[in-house]
Design a protein around this ligand. Structure first.
Ligand SMILES: [Cu+2]
Length: 127
């Protein structure tokens, strides 16, 4: 019985490790390459999220970056959202996002470039 429990624990632990992939989503918007990433897998609680912007291979560091994560209202659960502002660290915009529960979170990333244009990228993450 003890050995069985150990085997079950080992199995869960392995599955946990397999799912523990850091975030990486890449795309292009209006000529800007956009990458959303994390160093660790996303968890309920605080997460450092990095947003990298580049144009023609050069990092864009003078943009204003904001990202909103939200979850629609569900039975027994109100609408939730969390907004983070990007702070430039090593050519990437870093922000802290506090996910209050697991599930699918939609996001809307907005970045304003030096020409005054606002670019929007939408997507979702699972945790
Ligand atoms: Cu929810």
């Amino acid at each position: 019985m003890k050995n069985l429990m150990k085997a079950v624990f080992a199995l869960f632990f392995t599955v946990g490790l397999l799912q523990a992939e850091p975030l990486l989503q890449e795309g292009n918007k209006n000529g800007y390459d956009v990458a959303l990433s994390s160093e660790k897998s996303l968890v309920v609680g605080s997460n450092d999220i990095f947003i990298a912007l580049s144009k023609d291979g050069a990092a864009v560091t003078d943009a204003k970056v904001k990202i909103k994560f939200y979850m629609p209202e569900m039975p027994g659960m109100p609408y939730m959202e969390y907004v983070g502002k990007g702070k430039l660290v090593n050519d990437k915009f870093k922000t802290l996002i506090n996910f209050s529960m697991s599930g699918t979170w939609q996001y809307q990333l907005k970045f304003k470039t030096h020409d005054g244009k606002i670019h929007k990228v939408r997507g979702s993450v699972n945790l």
